[in-house]
Design a protein around this ligand. Sequence first.
Ligand SMILES: Cc1cc2nc3c(=O)[nH]c(=O)nc-3n(C[C@H](O)[C@H](O)[C@H](O)COP(=O)(O)O)c2cc1C
Length: 334
Amino acid sequence: MAKGPTDPILRTDLAGLTLRNPVILAAGTAGYLDEFQDALNLARVGAVIGKSITRLPRDGHETWRIIESDSGMLNAVGLANMGLDAWTRDLAPSIAHRAAAIGLTPFGSISGFSIEDYLAVADAMNKAEGLPAVEINVSCPNVHTGTSFGESPDMLRDLIAELRATLTAKRMIVKLSPLVFGPMLDIARAAIEARARPGGPNNTPGADILCISNTMPAMAIDVESRKPRLSNTTGGLSGPAIHPIAVRLIHIVYKEVAKPAGIPIIGLGGVLRWQHAAEFILAGATAVGMGTALFVDPRSPIKVASGLADWARRQGASNIGELVGGVVVHPDTR
Ligand SMILES: Cc1cc2nc3c(=O)[nH]c(=O)nc-3n(C[C@H](O)[C@H](O)[C@H](O)COP(=O)(O)O)c2cc1C
């Protein structure tokens, strides 16, 4: 008998965390914790990643900061969020209780503009009860260098090594950008193998989980006014347009880096239907994030999870995890 999103065939092991299914609501698209419950029963998804928290509160950019494009959405929200103090005071103490009340698995998310920024929030999240994993958004510009932490293996290695020493009680998800200067594989390796600079005190490895990937840098122009359509001029493209890009990134990172290291991947980018999620799984993702889809149909994660259960059964799997990385490629191609 079909059980939809709670079908046991969907039970997912994500770096030792058991999720009821592999569908995860993406950071910044589903509130801080349980606000989305009005639109979608959060006991029917695998996990919810909260809005990224920064050390200081942020109003974000002015309107327009979210616009439609032909094939998705462009956003330059500017990391608008309540900030660390409000998060620690108003949200952290109630996470475990509120999540348990509705059967929700909450993950945290951190953004920052310096290593110190990230560490301040990581310290608070590490102490929070009921938060089994914390995602690190490394697509933020470093205030000292102007480039994103996630664009340079050296910067990423330094950041993740320090975070690893702070996030001792949580699974650490490192969320990569789809656009990096240099080989993506070096970035993925840096996230997994992060170690302190030579001579430093920390010698522990880095990420427990990779998330691939964030939005794609993009821009739209109003041709009558000749002005950019986003107040910030540029933003991040999400939705169906970036899906095939993410499929390829997951495929190459899974094969070359994540599978050999035993590190699971959360696939993210343009999942609207179960087929998109299934593609991510075949490419090598253990779990699948959804963001833009929630703006189109807030209940789509349930439909995606149900579709995955039927698909896994048709494929002859006894658990969805058996299909991870199952794409059949010609041996001479990458
Ligand atoms: C309005 C909006 C706000 C977002 N805010 C965050 C954020 O705070 N932190 C983060 O890591 N990603 C953020 N993202 C990126 C999403 O988590 C996700 O990586 C991206 O939208 C691609 O997935 P999708 O195509 O399913 O939307 C945001 C995306 C949107 C559309």
